[in-house]
Design a protein around this ligand. Structure first.
Ligand SMILES: C[S@@+](CC[C@H](N)C(=O)[O-])C[C@H]1O[C@@H](n2cnc3c(N)ncnc32)[C@H](O)[C@@H]1O
Length: 216
């Protein structure tokens, strides 16, 4: 993106380096924690295909074994993030494919996969849109991470804080209970809950869902 250019969606205005530097700060620590969680998400279920919503720069993709997965889709609204994610993992050539789209648009078309991962993404699209995405991708397994805040601010204090100011425009407050209800309403049952504490008093909560029978 050229200096001074402003795009439409708030996430298209955030430089990947600013995002990743913020997420790696000692008192934020979200990038390494999400990386650990993704390693577990990839091996938790008998999936041959996986879609990662809000893949950003590809954090965690080093844990993909191309002998296990036939196809890995990375979805994001920011094309610069996706280009960087492809550059970082040359070993996934032929396995990893990116799709640049705004998941909140009604006309998005996505392929079907066995496993769907959405870590710190549902906050930006809301329950209805997430339900629509799940219904389209028809995964047998869904694994999500949401952030639970102990204070009001969903973006942690940091020297990069101002970079995220426009995220207020699109942020949805989530609860575990409402997410479980939204998934239940489209035929998915919760099968796992785990949480990881962050240094700043926040926590990452992982919720996994599955549907009893895959309808095609
Ligand atoms: C907090 S980051 C996700 C963190 C990432 N999963 C990780 O492990 O580092 C949210 C990501 O979702 C993407 N995103 C937000 N809203 C979106 C939308 N409407 N459609 C597609 N991608 C979106 C952003 O561009 C960003 O890369």
């Amino acid at each position: 993106m050229k200096y001074g250019e402003r795009r439409n969606h708030p996430w298209q205005d955030i430089d990947l380096r600013d995002y990743e530097n913020h997420m790696c700060l000692d008192d934020v620590q979200q990038l390494p924690k999400l990386n650990e969680i993704m390693k577990e998400q990839f091996i938790a279920y008998p999936a041959k295909t996986v879609m990662i919503l809000g893949v950003a720069g590809g954090n965690g993709l080093e844990h993909i074994d191309p002998h296990i997965f036939d196809k890995v889709y990375g979805i994001d609204i920011n094309s610069d993030y996706l280009a960087e994610s492809v550059k970082r993992y040359p070993q996934l050539l032929g396995t990893y494919e990116t799709i640049c789209c705004d998941l909140s648009e009604a006309d998005v078309i996505l392929p079907e996969t066995d496993l769907l991962i959405a870590d710190l993404l549902i906050e930006y699209i809301g329950y209805d849109c997430f339900q629509n995405t799940v219904k389209q991708v028809k995964p047998s397994y869904v694994s999500c991470v949401i952030q639970i805040n102990s204070d009001a601010a969903f973006v942690s204090a940091s020297p990069f804080r101002h970079v995220f100011d426009r995220l207020d425009e699109i942020h949805h407050s989530l609860t575990e209970h409402s997410l479980s209800e939204a998934m239940h309403a489209i035929g998915y049952h919760q099968r796992l809950r785990s949480e990881l504490a962050l240094p700043n008093g926040k926590k990452l909560v992982r919720l996994d869902f599955m549907r009893p029978h895959k309808e095609k």
